[in-house]
Design a protein around this ligand. Structure first.
Ligand code: SAH
Ligand code: SF4
Length: 339
């Protein structure tokens, strides 16, 4: 028998689930879980009888760490095995100041099929539930307690699983638990207009990033098939609506593919796309994945000169642009290498 896990429940839902126990009991359990405790037995302010009663009906977690891959640069990738034996990955990234960011997955695989992304080649097998998302952070915290930021940029398209993700975010941001600031959480999407509007209307008020990659429509349709159902002008309208409602700067991520999306046309299209948005462009060099091709040609990383030149051409047009550090490549834990 599989016992339902309590890890993914926000405080109110936990209080509901544990009824007729009084609300303060649920709060105690919630605090223990947020503190990293993984068994009812360790919840020492509950009587033994209560701990046993909880254990008979529920589990704390639904997943386990099944492998750990540390990279010398400070990145750690965890392979996590779910109750149905499916596997996902979650990553801790450390920046130059040693601030740590947790990168979380939202789906097993991904249905979006971006041609440059390893996760995209796996296809989609299912959405994660709130517990499976919350536990990724708990597992990462058990390796590295001081995590400053969360990015929803692991496997999967978060806006295809927004309702469970919202529940998980509710657990992260509850002041009675981890109390994560919404400003320290960023969701990255391949560009689902309806989901962006949903986020604008219904929150939570986290940061938003769009994986733009190129604003040249024809090229983007070939690289990111989501463009066929969510055309760029429609996505841009959704972003404008989001900014109107949320007043937050957004990030436009561009994975640079050597010889493919660093042309002058790509610069011009990006400049045009940014107009009317408060946005910063974040350039990411494509992280190599063995055997990946685009229309028959092998994909390759851009040279340093290609990246620098692309950046310079954007800056010349007064576009705000940053470059993402390469992290975790040796353990295939960098962007787009998960799977
Ligand atoms: N599905 C969401 C979030 C996860 S992907 C999205 O696409 O936004 C996280 C980021 O990794 C995206 O910006 C994606 O464009 C980028 N990415 C995918 N494959 C990559 C690769 N091989 N090298 C570098 N970045 C990659
Ligand atoms: Fe999915 Fe994002 Fe990879 Fe595209 S880049 S296949 S949306 S995980």
């Amino acid at each position: 028998m599989i016992k339902p896990a309590l890890s993914g429940l926000p405080l109110e839902a936990l209080q509901e689930t544990l009824k007729p126990l009084p609300a303060y009991r649920a709060r105690q359990v919630f605090k223990w879980l947020a503190g990293g405790v993984r068994s009812f037995d360790a919840m020492t302010n509950l009587s033994r009888a209560l701990r046993e009663a909880l254990d008979a009906r529920f589990s704390c977690y639904s997943s386990v760490i099944s492998a750990q891959f540390p990279d010398p640069d400070g990145t750690v990738k965890l392979q996590i095995t779910l109750q149905d034996d499916k596997r996902i990955e979650a990553v801790i990234l450390a920046d130059a100041l040693q601030r740590r960011t947790a990168c979380l997955s939202t789906q097993v695989g991904c249905p979006m099929g971006c041609v440059f992304c390893k996760t995209g080649t796996l296809g989609w097998s299912r959405n994660l539930d709130s517990a499976e998302m919350v536990e990724q952070l708990f597992h990462l915290r058990s390796i590295q307690p001081d995590i400053a930021n969360i990015v929803i940029m692991g496997m999967g398209e978060p806006l295809m699983n927004l309702s469970e993700l919202r529940t998980a975010l509710g657990v992260f941001t509850d002041p009675e638990g981890l109390g994560f600031s919404k400003r320290r959480i960023t969701l990255s999407t391949s560009g689902i207009a309806k989901g962006i509007r949903d986020l604008a209307d219904n929150g939570p008020d986290i940061r938003l990033a769009l994986s733009l990659t190129t604003a040249d429509t024809r090229l983007r349709e070939r690289l990111m098939p989501v463009t066929l159902t969510n055309p760029l002008p429609v996505v841009k309208e959704a972003l404008r609506y989001y900014q109107h409602r949320r007043r937050r700067r957004i990030t436009l991520e561009a994975v640079l593919l050597g010889g493919i999306n660093t042309r002058d046309e790509d610069v011009d299209a990006l400049v045009d796309f940014v107009k009317g948005l408060d946005a910063v462009i974040n350039l990411i060099s494509w992280n190599p994945v063995e055997g990946m091709t685009f229309e028959g040609r092998p994909l390759r990383q851009p040279s340093q000169g290609e990246v620098a030149g692309f950046m310079a051409r954007l800056e010349k047009k007064q576009i705000k642009v940053t470059q993402r550090l390469r992290k975790g490549r040796s353990i295939a834990g960098a962007c787009g290498q998960l799977g």
